[in-house]
Design a protein around this ligand. Structure first.
Ligand code: A2P
Length: 344
């Protein structure tokens, strides 16, 4: 018997991708509900290539009608509605940061810690919430996992180059309209971003914390520890760039055990969810433009770091709406379906 699935935030950048991914991967859904705010009631969204769903209002929806809910409607909406859904016996997979660091909420990347998915709803503390990590963390830990297993990662330094779709559809519109406007000399008026995003790079994602890091940078550290290993030290510098889809990361790792470039290339090449494209020639690497619409985490530019004892550097690119959000959520739903954990 298939599942009744609700997608919360179905009109958004990630929500639309969730519907697409559920259909593409033939998730065993008997019924799919598309939910958004009341201003979107009656709007049509695609579910795969052939089906259209009519958007319903989240605040009027009875979660007893659904068994799994994929949430991507922001932290505040999740804080209000995920507990309501959970109490109704619906298992929530939430893409926001609202619950990620809660002790009783598993934070899951299926290639890395599939065993963190509870085997029953009761084991999940009755809250029935599983969290999806931040988009930059998801693609990073998929690449770090095989290297940590083999060589024990001590420290990671990561600089990100993040697409605007990570900030939602209005952010994509802002980049589009600003870019057009600049060509006709319109004055730039940032609304979503703090500064001009077109033809620029903004070293500021999410709020500033007391120690000078941004919350996005903190999330990468805290979430990597929770998903992979609390002993890993990670320092991040996160930058928004004028790319619509696809997050890029320059990653510097230091390990306990010595590693060769060949071994790293081999391990990453065999790792689930990873594709290595690294030819040290023109076109021999992957850019975010090429990763957009794809499921894999792409690794290029692997090279030894000569400045530390056991160090390696690489470039890591992935579609932030897919592995960073929708795909990861659907993969978690697939783990749930495989174990047939359901509330009713
Ligand atoms: P809506 O389009 O009706 O505002 P994005 O991250 O791309 O901006 O998308 C956010 C998604 O979350 C949209 O589908 C949006 O719906 C939905 N959303 C935001 N706030 C609420 C809310 N309070 N109730 C229901 N859905 C919401």
């Amino acid at each position: 018997m298939g599942y009744k699935v609700a997608v919360v935030g179905a009109t958004g950048a990630v929500g639309r991708e969730m519907l697409q991914t559920l259909a593409e991967r033939n998730f065993p859904a008997d019924k799919v509900y598309a939910l958004a705010s009341s201003k979107s009631i009656g709007q049509e969204v695609s579910y795969g290539d052939d089906e259209i769903l009519i958007v319903e209002a989240l605040d009027k929806f009875d979660f007893a009608a659904a068994e799994i809910a994929l949430f991507s409607a922001g932290g505040d909406t999740a804080k209000t509605y995920a507990p309501i859904a959970g109490q109704a016996g619906c298992l929530v997979i939430d893409n926001s940061s609202a619950f990620r660091m809660d002790d009783d909420v598993p934070l899951v990347v299926p290639e890395v810690n599939p065993d963190s998915v509870p085997s029953s709803l009761i084991e999940n503390g009755g809250r029935n919430i599983i969290a999806n990590p931040n988009c930059s963390t998801a693609q990073l830990v998929v690449a770090l996992k095989p290297l940590h297993d083999a060589f024990i990662i001590k420290r990671v330094v990561v600089s990100t180059y993040q697409a605007v779709s990570g900030a939602g559809r209005p952010a994509m519109d802002e980049l589009f309209n600003q870019t057009k406007g600049i060509y006709v000399n319109d004055a730039v008026q940032p609304e979503i971003f703090t500064k001009q995003i077109a033809f620029n790079a903004i070293p500021h994602i999410d709020i500033f914390l007391d120690d000078g890091f941004t919350k996005e940078e903190w999330k990468m550290t805290a979430e990597t520890k929770k998903i992979l290993d609390p002993t890993i030290e990670l320092v991040a510098h996160c930058v928004r760039i004028p790319v619509f889809v696809g997050h890029s990361e320059a990653v510097f790792i230091e390990t306990q055990q010595p590693m060769t470039e060949k071994a790293v290339r081999g391990l990453l090449g065999d790792a689930p969810g990873v594709i290595v494209v690294d030819h040290r020639a023109n076109e021999g690497y992957v850019t975010p433009h090429e990763a957009a619409g794809e499921d894999a985490v792409y690794i290029s530019r692997i090279r030894q770091d000569p400045t530390v004892t056991n160090g390696m550097v690489f470039w890591c690119v992935s579609d932030n709406l897919r592995k960073g959000a929708a795909l990861n959520s659907v993969q978690i739903a697939e783990l749930i379906a495989a174990q047939d954990i359901r509330g009713r």
